[in-house]
Design a binder for this molecule. Structure first.
Ligand code: NDP
Ligand code: MG
Ligand code: MG
Length: 339
C-alpha cells in the first residue's frame, strides 16, 4: 500500500502568517479560497474584473488583479482554466514572482512545458480528486475530498510541508492524500477523465440508450435505464466498492454483470484504452488540445453543439423538468465535475 497522509501528518501552523493568493474563483478556486479562509489562513483572490470578482467579494474575500494578488502573496495557487493558464502566467503572474511558492491543481501546463516555472520558486501541486463544489460542500460537512500532492521543485526544503499544510487547510487530509509526481498526476487525470469518468461513461450511456431505442423501446424508458439509474449504482460503488454495489443488486443483475459486462468492455476496448493512454503519455493529446485552443476551438464547439441535440439529451431535458429534486443546487457540480 502507498503511504497515505492524514491530518496528523501536517504542520497545521505552517501557513500561519503567510498569505495565499488563489488565482481564479471558479469550481476549484472558490472552494480552496473559502475552505482555507475558514481554516484560518490569510487568503487573497486574484482575478480580472467580472462575475467571479463580484462573487468573491460577496463571499467576503479580498480581491485584487492577478498581478497584485501574486505580488503580495507567499504562496500562489493557480486555479484558472488550464487552457488560459500559460497566457495569464506569462503576462500577469511571472512578472510578479520573486520567490513565492507556485502551486497548481493539475500538472498539465508544467508537465507539457506550457508554463516554465522560475528556478527560485518551490513548485508543487495539490489536486483534489473531485469537483470543486464538492471540495467546498464536504468541507462544510466536516468531511473532505481525497487529494494528490506532488513536488516539482523544492528550493526552500519546505515544499512538502507546504503541500501537506495546504491540503489540510482545504479539508482534504480528512479523506487522505497520496504523494505523486506532476507526470503521474497529469497522465492519470487525463486518462481517467477520457477513458472512464467522462468519455468512457458518456459513450457507454449513449451506446446503451441508442441500442434500446433502435430496437424500438421507448426513449423515456431507455433514459431512465441507461442514465438516471446510473447515479444510484455509482453511489453504491462509492460507498462499498464493486462488492457493495453487487450486494444491493439482484442476483440476476449480478449474473448479467459477470457474463455480459466483459462482452461490452472487451479486449478491443481495453486495447483502445491503451492507445488513448499512449497518446496522453507521448504528448499527442496535449498537442491537439493546445492547437485546438489556439484555433479558437472549431472542433470542440462543433461537437459540443451536436452532442446537445442527441436524443438522450432531448428526452432527458423533458424528464428532468418533472424531477426538480434531481438538479436543485447540483447543476453546477455536474457541470464542474468534468475537469
Ligand atoms: P474554472 O473554469 O471553474 O475557473 C475559472 C476561473 O478563472 C473563473 O473565476 C474565471 O473568472 C477565472 N479566469 C478565467 N480567465 C481569467 C483571466 N484571464 N484572468 C483572471 N481570471 C480568469 O476552473 P476549474 O476550477 O475547473 O479549474 C482550475 C484548475 O483546477 C485547473 O488546473 C483544473 O485542471 C484543476 N482541477 C479542476 C477540477 C474541477 O473540479 N473543476 C478538479 C481538479 C483539478 P471569470 O468569472 O472572470 O471568467
Ligand atoms: Mg480530474
Ligand atoms: Mg482533469
Amino acid at each position: 500500500m502507498a503511504k497515505m497522509y492524514y491530518n496528523g501528518d501536517a504542520n497545521k501552523n505552517y501557513l500561519n502568517g503567510k498569505t495565499v493568493a488563489v488565482i481564479g474563483y471558479g469550481s476549484q478556486g472558490h472552494a480552496h479560497a473559502l475552505n482555507m479562509r475558514d481554516s484560518g489562513v490569510n487568503v487573497v483572490v486574484g482575478l480580472r474584473k467580472g462575475k467571479s470578482w463580484e462573487k468573491a467579494e460577496q463571499d467576503g474575500l479580498k480581491v485584487y488583479s492577478v498581478g497584485e494578488a501574486t505580488a503580495q502573496a507567499d504562496v500562489v495557487m493557480v486555479l484558472l482554466p488550464d487552457e488560459m493558464q500559460p497566457k495569464v502566467y506569462k503576462e500577469e503572474i511571472e512578472p510578479n514572482l520573486t520567490n513565492q511558492a507556485l502551486m497548481f491543481a493539475h500538472g498539465f501546463n508544467v508537465h507539457f512545458n506550457q508554463i516554465v516555472p522560475p528556478k527560485e520558486s518551490d513548485v508543487l501541486l495539490v489536486a483534489p480528486k473531485g469537483p470543486g463544489h464538492l471540495v467546498r460542500r464536504t468541507y462544510q460537512e466536516e468531511a473532505g475530498v481525497p487529494a494528490l500532492f506532488a513536488i516539482y521543485q523544492d528550493v526552500t526544503g519546505e515544499a512538502k510541508e507546504l503541500a501537506l499544510s495546504y491540503t489540510q487547510a482545504i479539508g482534504s487530509l480528512r479523506a487522505g492524500a497520496l504523494e505523486t509526481t506532476f507526470k503521474e498526476e497529469t497522465e492519470t487525470d487525463l486518462f481517467g477523465e477520457q477513458a472512464v469518468l467522462c468519455g468512457g461513461l458518456t459513450s457507454l450511456v449513449k451506446a446503451g440508450f441508442e441500442t434500446l431505442v433502435e430496437a424500438g423501446y421507448q426513449p423515456e424508458l431507455a433514459y431512465f435505464e441507461c442514465l438516471h439509474e446510473l447515479k444510484l449504482i455509482v453511489d453504491l460503488m462509492y460507498e462499498g466498492g464493486l462488492e457493495g454495489m453487487r450486494y444491493s443488486i439482484s442476483d440476476t443483475a449480478q449474473w448479467g454483470d459477470f457474463v455480459s459486462g466483459p462482452r461490452v468492455v472487451n479486449d478491443d476496448v481495453k486495447k483502445e484504452m491503451k492507445a488513448v493512454l499512449k497518446d496522453i503519455q507521448e504528448g499527442r493529446f496535449a498537442k491537439g488540445w493546445i492547437l485546438e485552443n489556439q484555433a479558437n476551438r472549431p472542433e470542440f464547439n462543433a461537437i459540443n453543439e451536436r452532442e446537445k441535440e442527441h436524443p438522450i439529451e432531448l428526452v432527458g431535458r423533458e424528464l428532468r423538468k418533472m424531477m426538480p429534486f434531481v438538479n436543485k443546487d447540483k447543476k453546477k457540480e455536474v457541470v464542474a465535475s468534468a475537469s
